[in-house]
Write a protein that binds this ligand. Structure first.
Ligand code: NAI
Length: 286
């Protein structure tokens, strides 16, 4: 089956990015969210990013206009999924919310429609279990910012079929992404490794082994990481990082116990760039 019409539920940070690469990749794309203000903002953001792509000569005007022509938005879920061959949910990382979306979409969509979740860590199998199509449910984990990051982790739930995997891989490749295949497991591959590196960096800082700037510099210049672990966590949000660590600690054990210094920063409200202060202080840089 070829996916010609894709519906994305949730037009936040990730849903907006997925809609951008989907429309650019030639798929007719419908964005669904709870309010028309959110959807207007999302479409304006995509247009802005496409415009920037044109200025940088990555795409031409025709590509930009065609992409925008393939995009529409909808506040009503039923109308939003009416023509979909595939649905990707990108609503907040709360299992009850994801289950509700899967349950509702299952009632509204034809039996061949593939359901994908952009969850960073939650169980695809659990979402699949509330539908009548567990073999058509899968994880499609994009990275932020979606239009720039090359990878998609494709996550197979317990009953995901080979056909569903293949369709999803082709969709991701059509959006210009490289894919890796992952069996469902907390944190998949990327989050599981990344949070360990980030947590160890906090231990180094806590023990006074090196300054934050030097730890970042060491990983960038010595290990060729594009960003230092503290630059990255300030971007992601220390609170978000802490919740992923807590979740993995609960599921995978002791090695994911959050470093006390990270916990202390979160308690102090030092959440990263979004609060102007995380590991680094951004108030001085404004
Ligand atoms: P966000 O908070 O920016 O966006 C979520 C959107 O969903 C909001 O616009 C909200 O209005 C909408 N929404 C909530 N309930 C809805 C409903 N019932 N129907 C339709 N829309 C609804 O969240 P973000 O960051 O885009 O995350 C979405 C998903 O992507 C989460 O599962 C998250 O774990 C995952 N993810 C996030 C990454 C990140 O860097 N932020 C990276 C990779 C995955």
């Amino acid at each position: 089956m070829e996916v010609k019409n894709l519906t994305i539920i949730g037009a936040g940070l990730m849903g907006t990015g997925i809609a951008h690469v989907s429309a650019l990749g030639g798929i007719r794309t419908t964005l669904v969210d709870v309010s028309s203000e959110i959807l207007e903002k999302a479409l304006a953001k995509i247009e802005g990013h496409l415009q920037k792509g044109m200025e940088l000569e990555k795409i031409d005007r025709e590509m930009m206009e065609q992409s925008l022509g393939r995009l529409k938005s909808e506040v009503d879920l039923e109308r939003g999924v009416r023509e979909a061959d595939m649905v990707i949910e990108a609503v907040p990382e709360k299992i009850e919310l994801k289950l509700e979306i899967f349950r509702k979409a299952d009632q509204l969509c034809g039996k061949d429609v593939v359901f994908a979740s952009n969850t960073s860590a939650l169980s695809i199998t659990e979402m699949a279990a509330v539908t009548q199509r567990p073999e058509k449910c899968i994880g499609i984990h994009f990275f932020n910012p979606v239009h720039l990051m090359r990878l998609v982790e494709i996550v197979r739930g317990l009953e995901t079929s080979d056909d569903t995997y293949q369709i999803t891989k082709e969709v991701a490749e059509g959006m210009g992404k490289e894919t890796v295949e992952v069996k469902e497991s907390p944190g998949f591959v990327t989050s599981r490794i990344n949070v360990l590196i980030g947590n160890e960096a906090f231990y180094l800082l806590q023990e006074g082994v090196a300054r934050a700037e030097d730890i970042d510099k060491a990983l960038k210049l010595g290990l060729n990481h594009p960003m230092g672990p503290f630059e990255l966590v300030d971007l992601v949000g220390l609170d978000t990082r802490l919740s992923v660590l807590e979740f993995l600690h609960e599921r995978l054990g002791e090695k994911y116990r959050p470093c006390p210094l990270l916990v202390k920063y979160v308690k102090a409200g030092r959440l990263g760039r979004k609060t102007d202060k995380g590991v680094y202080d951004y108030t001085r840089k404004r």
